[in-house]
Design a protein around this ligand. Structure first.
Ligand SMILES: Cc1cc2nc3c(=O)[nH]c(=O)nc-3n(C[C@H](O)[C@H](O)[C@H](O)COP(=O)(O)OP(=O)(O)OC[C@H]3O[C@@H](n4cnc5c(N)ncnc54)[C@H](O)[C@@H]3O)c2cc1C
Length: 490
């Protein structure tokens, strides 16, 4: 009987594990941390729960292969309640506010009332958001195993996306923002994602919310990861935590098992690398095995940037409905990493009262950090006390800006935790602290990497890094594809 060793108990690794177990193939997952989930996680501080992943889970709407996959691995299901997001986010500038509502016609009305002179672009934007709602993440089988007919069917099912790409593809968010005259609309478009992102990503993300396909499973990220881990173990899978893998063992260019950090050897017929790919090639396998398409993205840094965040969690005495959702507002300058920030965001988790002690609420801020900021945090990290001090100093400044915008928070808010891009490198071995994969910048070719490795047998890759911009659906799809190849011997 085949035995498969999986490195990494994140969403990709656990998805592969559940599906292989269900197909009658014995697997073992080796996860370096004490809990499974990888970046899909959360932790407790002072009686609060800090959720650190799901802002939206693509695939919450029934009727797609992705939805079925989430159900099959236990992420969603009849017993899992889903919180329906009322808004994508809200932006403020010069005393005016604009919200991208779940109800896109409400957004259209608000935009038109705000800026009648932008009528043509507003109507176009909202009409194209509706078209972007057809976007799906194909999860049936690896793309290289799809027939021309299957590709044609997939294209037909998303034919409106072709129109979206024609109008908004190959343009970045700055260009999209410049189409509007109103300063608040311009600034709101640049508020949610780094401005180098392609314009269509804004439409697709917002379309996921408007179509009800991007809601949040109740209980949060860690609870979802634990449901998948339970499904895996119920199917007979063996999950080892605190089990860091040192190396993949090869014999005649074929996997023969793993060497763990504690010196133990594990024999297996297949190995699935379900952890960061920059770490896999260089630490677990010789670098020369890295697929060319991945190497290209790691080399062409300007075309395929990555980003991360500097994040703060605050505990608040009291519950303030006026803070519901994610809100972005202008603030006095703060230097975070290498960049100076003049707009900051605040997200409320009031939709999950259990995340805070009774009568309190938890808020989080996330400041986008790019690669040069990662270098900043990396060099500070070697002097732990300076690193800690800097984190505290920035968090304190951010909290002050917050109380300027929301004076009722004064005296009621405190810092619970602060984390940086280095946190993701420490916790998940993440490349440059990134928690999503490569962004395909304007003019760059969109690249998908197959999960096989040229010149090596029985070693597969399953990771969000195989397809930008990554995220939970990509991680799950890549886990499924690795399982598919082993089950079918391809
Ligand atoms: C703040 C934040 C917000 C996010 N928001 C969203 C969102 O709203 N929607 C969305 O779709 N996605 C979101 N994501 C992204 C999502 O979390 C990731 O895309 C996804 O979890 C990646 O899964 P993965 O399995 O590919 O990788 P990982 O989660 O990195 O899993 C890899 C696992 O391998 C383990 N590992 C590494 N090295 C070793 C080793 N040597 N031995 C053993 N184990 C090892 C790691 O500890 C980790 O558990 C967010 C992430 C963050 C951090």
């Amino acid at each position: 009987m085949k035995k498969v060793a999986i490195i990494g108990g994140g969403i990709a690794g656990m998805t592969a594990g559940v599906l292989l177990q269900k197909a009658g193939i014995q697997t073992e997952i080796f996860e370096k941390n004490s809990v499974p989930g990888g970046q899909c996680t959360g932790w407790k501080r002072e009686g609060y729960y800090i959720d650190n992943c799901i802002h939206w889970l693509t695939g919450t709407r029934e009727g797609s292969g992705l939805h079925e996959l989430w159900k099959e691995i236990g992420a969603l299901g009849d017993s899992v309640e889903v919180y329906e997001k009322e808004m994508f986010f809200s932006s403020r500038l010069n005393g005016q506010e604009l919200t991208f509502w779940r109800d896109k016609e409400r957004t259209r009305r608000e935009l038109l009332a705000l800026s009648p002179e932008d009528e043509k672009e507003i109507n176009k934007l909202i009409d194209y958001v509706e078209m972007a709602e057809t976007m799906t993440v194909p999860v049936e089988k690896p793309f290289d195993a799809m027939s021309p007919l299957e590709f044609m069917k997939l294209g037909m099912s998303m034919k409106d996306m072709g129109k979206v790409m024609k109008e908004y593809g190959n343009k970045d968010l700055k260009e999209l923002a410049r189409r509007f005259r109103h300063p608040l609309i311009q600034s709101a478009i640049l508020d949610y994602m780094p401005d180098g992102y392609q314009a269509y990503t804004f439409l697709v993300s917002y379309g996921t919310v408007t179509s009800g396909n991007g809601d949040i499973p109740r209980g949060g990220s860690l609870a979802m990861a634990m449901r998948i881990a339970n499904r895996y173990q119920e199917a007979g899978g063996i999950l080892h935590t605190n089990a860091e893998v040192e190396k993949i063992l090869l014999k005649d260019k074929q996997a023969e098992g793993l060497l763990l950090k504690n010196g133990e050897k594990v024999e297996s017929d297949y190995v699935i690398c379900a952890c960061d790919t920059a770490y896999t090639f260089g630490r677990l396998l010789p670098k020369e095995y890295m697929p060319r398409s991945l190497k290209r993205q790691y080399t062409e840094r300007e075309k395929y940037p990555v980003n991360s965040g500097f994040q703060i969690a605050y505990g608040v005495e009291g519950v303030f409905p006026q803070l519901t959702g994610t809100r972005v507002f202008p603030c006095e300058k703060i230097k975070v990493g290498n960049r100076t920030i003049q707009r900051m965001s605040i997200q409320s988790y009031d939709y999950e009262p259990g995340f805070a002690p009774k009568g309190n609420m938890i808020l989080q801020s996330n400041f986008c950090q790019l690669e040069e900021d990662y270098q900043y945090w990396k060099s500070l990290y070697s002097q732990k006390s300076t690193y800690k001090e800097k984190k505290r100093e920035i968090a304190q400044q951010a909290m002050e800006r917050l109380t300027v915008e929301y004076p009722f928070l004064k005296g009621r808010i405190r810092i619970l935790d602060v984390w940086t891009p280095m946190t993701y490198t420490r916790y998940c071995n993440s490349y440059k602290g990134a928690y999503m994969s490569f962004v395909t910048s304007k003019g760059a070719k969109s690249i998908t990497t197959p999960g096989t490795i040229k010149g090596l047998d029985h070693v597969l890759i399953a990771s969000q890094w195989l397809m930008g911009p990554g995220g939970l659906p990509t991680a799950a799809a890549m886990g499924k594809f690795a399982a598919w190849r082993i089950i079918r011997g391809r």
